[in-house]
Design a protein around this ligand. Structure first.
Ligand SMILES: [Zn+2]
Length: 345
């Protein structure tokens, strides 16, 4: 096994360092003078693909293929926030150095008619806490609560229907309390001002959060909470967009660009997530377009996420020929990738 040596600038800190990967001291020089200690896809769905009426669930082969693609892009850890629980919880329980580490939330927690029909088994309010117990017993270290959602018909979410809360806040509070008592954290999908109540109820990470306010950021940051804005999903232009949809998207983008620069002041951890449509590199680019510095966006995608999720970047490195702080476009094309001490590309 070759020992690879990296000699260059480690980001996001900008420190120069010499790091070796492999059994010995003497080895070959790794291509690339700029390195990041592994990316984290903090809002990933390893078992979902887009379908005509919303996402559909896939099996273990699809998840393995996705993990391979993610590894090649420099992702060394994934937080799977909902999908085929049999597959994702098995990946979370098993250790395998040849692929990114997986933290998983198991199933989507949403009642009947309040999420993409092909992507989940509904959980009635009276069964919610038992479902939480089952996910934790099977290895979930995160839970994925669908906090609000439009009305759903046989063809998926009904266009123009009101997005409203899925479960009562007192039940969400009980869910959070149960999760925290087991050292499990809660990520919540939310796109309305219901986010204020969910943060008060104690959720640990806001997913999407397109209706967050500055006050919400202050409350979330005071508790050390995180926000995964999934900009690839929230602000990307949709095919066959109506003028009204386009102007709503523009307004959403402007709102997020006003909020993101405030996250540092309030101590909110920003995380990057590909969701079903994006990539970590594209998300970094969008974070920069929405007011973060390249260093802040790189932190969100690497060391900041590792810290928040209790992971270490040791043994992982993604390198680039040019400085991503000057040329962020290089992030999509690494010079080399080291995963768990082994060079994989
Ligand atoms: Zn998602």
């Amino acid at each position: 096994m070759t020992t690879w040596v990296f000699d260059g600038t480690v980001l996001p800190t900008g420190d120069t360092a010499r790091v070796t990967f492999g059994p010995g001291e003497i080895g070959e020089l790794l291509p690339g003078r700029y390195g990041v200690p592994g990316f984290v896809d903090s809002h990933c769905h390893l078992t979902m693909t887009p379908g005509p009426n919303g996402p559909v669930l896939r099996g273990p082969d699809f998840a393995a293929e996705r993990l391979g693609e993610l590894a090649g892009a420099g992702v060394s850890a994934v937080r799977d926030v909902g999908g085929n629980r049999e597959v994702t919880l098995e990946l979370a329980r098993s250790a395998d150095d040849s692929r990114p580490l997986v933290l998983a939330a198991g199933r989507f927690l949403a009642p009947h008619g309040r999420y993409f029909p092909q992507a989940y088994e509904p959980v009635a309010p009276e069964d919610l806490l038992a479902a939480v117990e089952a996910e934790i017993a099977d290895g979930a270290t995160w839970l994925k609560l669908v906090g609000d959602f439009p009305e759903v018909g046989p063809d998926g979410p009904i266009r123009g229907s009101k997005v409203s809360p899925t479960y009562d806040l007192d039940l969400v509070e009980a869910l959070v309390e149960l999760a925290h008592s087991r050292n499990v954290r809660v990520a919540a999908h939310v796109n309305t001002d219901h986010v204020t109540g969910l943060i008060r109820a104690g959720i640990d990470s806001v997913e999407h959060g397109t209706a967050l306010t500055e006050q919400d950021l202050e409350t979330l940051g005071a508790r050390g909470g995180a926000w995964t804005p999934t900009l690839c999903a929230s602000v990307a232009a949709q095919p066959q967009e109506t003028p009204e949809q386009s102007s709503r998207r523009q307004a959403r983008s402007e709102h997020l660009a006003a909020l993101l620069p405030l996250t540092e002041r309030y101590g909110v951890r920003v995380l990057t997530g590909s969701d079903v449509v994006g990539t970590v590199a594209a998300e970094i680019d969008l974070l920069v377009q929405h007011g973060l510095s390249v260093e802040q966006a790189l932190t969100a995608a690497s060391t900041g996420a590792q810290d928040f999720l209790g992971l270490s970047g040791a043994g992982n490195l993604v390198t680039y020929d040019a400085d991503p702080r000057e040329h962020p476009e290089v992030l999509a094309a690494p010079a080399a990738v080291v995963l768990n001490h082994r060079r994989i590309s």
